[in-house]
Design a protein around this ligand. Structure first.
Ligand code: SF4
Length: 747
């Protein structure tokens, strides 16, 4: 039966889904949250097959009874009446529910025809951030995007948050993984750049209760210094060092200059790396006196910081999003590690360390991956902008132009999994228009959002509590090595399916005969003959079994497997008290396991940094800002998180406001050379003068099917960002999202 949704609604769901069942039997199930990186332990209450509540898991060894308000509010996402729970097809009158067979048959036929006429270069997949929290989604995106043919396009949110970090690893260590993280549990001096873990809960750093762990550093006599243009929620609890937006590279270069000039270079550094003299020469011009006009930080402070980093036995410098999304994000990230190395704090207890899985032969896999990615970085270039590829991903900032620019490999079929790039990549309006120009566009999502609203189909997918899982992406970012796996705690709502099941079903209906697709079809048929569905779970099981704590396929009695973790250890297992150090031999894949500092691309970025030009008429600098009750764009439909009539606000310094005759609560127009938005302003003196902070993920203008989010509205801050290839970070193809030149005027 076809259901016709009421006018203004994207689907036929009703709030009756939220009515609790009286007299039903409640069951508690241990599982874990997968909204953000600490992966906090959760207890799900399930009544008559429905998720009715979530509460923090007191028995989780690391999160120990902690969960944030987003984690608790997730029941509302699972049961959201605005959630897409049947396949939807866009018609002239809006979205209409269709059957899975009708949707997949039509998509498969149109996609096969596009592939026949234009080849795999006409097909693209965009993978949003939540995909990193689902092993089945990761495997689905890879199998589809890479399996459809070598010319296909793969975009991901990594070019909005992580690619520069991964490329810096590739330069320094030869491969993008593992990623160095601060040894939070043992460090005595933690210097954080561009990170706000009190709100974000940690990124590229899986540490439940991270705020407590940072306070532990102070309790044991250590220090936490937060380098940030804003006295963020984290900076307010520790020592704040204010800095002009997007100038971290200058501060790091001058820190290195001091370390070299004052003979503070650790002997450990020359034992670990090649190219120290080259690095010293690169840093030589950046004395603290010369960087002060850029950073606003006085030379004595820089010298004291360098001295403390060299003198403290257990010290670590760590940077996150703010360091990755500036004009020279790869350089900045490279310099963070260079400071750790030169000060003698890399791969030592309490320093910046590498959390490895301990899988025998892991280095050989990493070597092969590193060699392949370095080759692709050197020789492969994107069609628009000529960017190198980082972990196989193209710059999402150029996605619209890849759709609209004529020529071979023009994108004609676009798949968007768990993403809302209209609100997350520069110039979302350009992408909205571009999506309308595709021959086929398909969203796989929980919602009709501002991006999937432009798709021909929106396919319903499972939430994290409706699938089994193991957070494979985050195993190597753990401050305390830990394993947890979960089964689904409830069945998928409506007709929702996992991304993996959708891709396998789609591929089985297509006529495309690439080796990967043929193999997938064969394997799916074989599994069906045994009454099963094809699943990537055996690959995850193998990883768990081979890693530290695993059963090594029977060699280690009582060791972990996926099933044993889910059934016998539902609260998870700590597999080692601390991260192993002295592991450079395992993680650096260059010959003799020596870190490589000298790179012409890094030298050219240092030159580019010195030649930065600022446009006239835009005296302020805009930065991003995390909010405790937002998760990018996708949790603004939860009543619990939106309570209190939340609105989107910009923060600016009281003095900058006074100079413009603005008062708290004024409506202002923020303009950049690339666009403008209107927003309410809040005033503070907890921000470096000349800085404006605006949270991203807002701008729900009614095109999406989420009613509460639409009421909240807000402005799409990425309209201020540029998607011009000349404004995309040159090495990793990162979107330029911080330090944007802006002007603010009363409106
Ligand atoms: S901090 Fe992150 S993982 Fe923990 S409950 Fe909140 S959203 Fe979930």
């Amino acid at each position: 039966m076809i259901c016709v949704p009421p006018k203004g609604y994207s689907n036929c769901n009703t709030y009756s889904n939220l009515v609790p069942v009286i007299g039903s039997k409640a069951e508690s199930k241990a599982t874990f949250c997968r909204i953000c990186e600490p992966l906090c332990g959760m207890i799900a209450t399930v009544e008559d097959g429905r998720l009715t509540a979530l509460r923090p898991d007191k028995d989780h060894p690391l999160s120990a009874g902690f969960a944030c308000q987003k984690g608790i509010a997730f029941t509302e996402v699972v049961n959201d009446p605005d959630r897409v729970t049947t396949p939807l097809k866009r018609t002239a009158d809006g979205f209409e529910p269709v059957s899975w067979d009708a949707a997949l048959d039509d998509i498969a036929a149109r996609l096969s025809e596009i592939h026949r006429r234009h080849g795999s270069g006409a097909v693209a997949w965009y993978m949003g951030n939540p995909a990193a929290f689902s092993y089945s989604h990761l495997f689905a995106a890879m199998a589809f995007a890479k399996g459809i043919g070598g010319a296909s396009h793969f975009f991901s949110s990594s070019t909005q948050d992580t690619s520069s970090r991964l490329l810096a690893n590739q330069f320094l260590y030869g491969a993008p993984f593992p990623v160095p993280i601060p040894d939070l549990m043992r460090t005595d001096l933690l210097v954080m750049f561009g990170a706000n873990p009190v709100v974000s809960h940690g990124s590229f750093l899986t540490a439940p209760r991270i705020k407590d762990r940072m306070h532990d550093i102070v309790k044991r006599g250590g220090r936490v210094i937060v380098v940030d243009p804003r006295r963020s929620e984290t900076a307010a609890q520790f020592d704040w060092l204010g800095i002009v937006p997007d100038t971290d590279a200058y501060l790091l270069l001058s820190t290195l200059q001091v370390l070299f000039a004052e003979n503070l270079v650790s002997p450990r550094a020359s034992a670990q790396a090649d190219g120290l003299e080259w690095l010293r020469d690169q840093c030589a011009p950046f004395t603290p006196e010369r960087t002060q006009p850029h950073t606003g930080i006085d030379p004595d402070t820089v010298r004291a910081l360098a001295g403390d980093l060299a003198a403290t036995e257990r010290a670590a410098v760590y940077g996150r999003l703010g360091t990755c999304v500036g004009r020279n994000g790869t350089l900045t990230t490279y310099l963070l590690d260079a400071v750790n190395l030169v000060a003698g704090n890399l791969d030592t207890p309490g320093g910046s360390v590498f959390s490895t899985l301990g899988i025998p032969g892991q280095k050989w896999g990493s070597m092969a991956m590193g060699a392949s990615l370095r080759r692709s970085y050197r020789y492969k270039r994107t069609r628009v902008g000529g960017f190198p590829l980082v972990i196989g991903a193209e710059p999402a900032a150029c996605m619209a132009k890849e759709i609209t620019t004529p020529g071979p490999r023009r994108v004609r079929a676009m798949f968007i999994g768990a993403g809302n790039p209209v609100l997350s990549v520069p110039n979302g309006a350009e992408l909205e228009d571009a999506l309308e120009a595709t021959d086929l566009s398909v969203g796989l999502d929980l919602y009709v959002n501002e991006t999937t609203a432009h798709c021909d189909y929106v396919l319903p997918v499972t939430t994290m509590y409706e699938r089994d899982d193991f957070a494979v992406t985050f195993q190597m970012f753990q401050a305390t090595p830990f394993r947890q796996a979960t089964d689904a705690v409830v069945a998928p709502r409506g007709q929702a399916r996992t991304e993996w099941d959708i891709v396998v079903d789609l591929v089985s209906r297509m006529s495309v005969r690439t080796p990967v697709f043929v193999a997938l079809r064969l394997a799916a048929r074989r599994a069906a003959r045994r009454g099963k569905r094809l699943s990537p779970r055996p690959m995850i099981d193998m990883m768990i079994r081979m890693a530290d704590g695993g059963d090594r396929f029977g060699l280690r009695r009582g060791g972990l497997t996926f099933r044993r973790l889910a059934e016998q250890h539902p609260h998870g297992v700590v597999v080692a008290p601390d991260i192993r150090t002295g592991v450079l031999g395992e993680v650096v894949v260059y010959p003799k396991s020596r870190i490589r500092l000298e790179h012409t691309d890094i030298a050219s970025e240092i030159t580019a940094l010195s030649r930065r030009a600022e446009p006239d008429g835009y005296p302020l600098r805009m930065i991003g800002m995390r909010e405790p009750r937002s998760e990018n764009s996708w949790m603004h439909n939860s009543p619990l998180l939106m309570r209190g009539k939340r609105i989107h606000r910009a923060l600016m310094h009281v003095d900058d406001a006074a100079a413009r005759r603005l008062v708290d609560g004024d409506e202002v127009r923020v303009s950049s050379p690339h666009g403008q938005i209107d927003i309410t302003v809040s005033l503070t003196d907890d921000i470096v003068r000349g800085t404006v902070a605006i949270p991203h993920g807002w701008g729900h203008k009614g095109s999406g099917g989420w009613r509460l989010a639409n009421q909240a509205g807000g402005a799409n801050v990425n309209q201020l960002m540029s998607s011009d290839p000349s404004d995309v970070e040159a090495l990793a193809g990162m979107s330029w999202l911080t330090g944007i030149p802006v002007q603010v005027e009363g409106h």
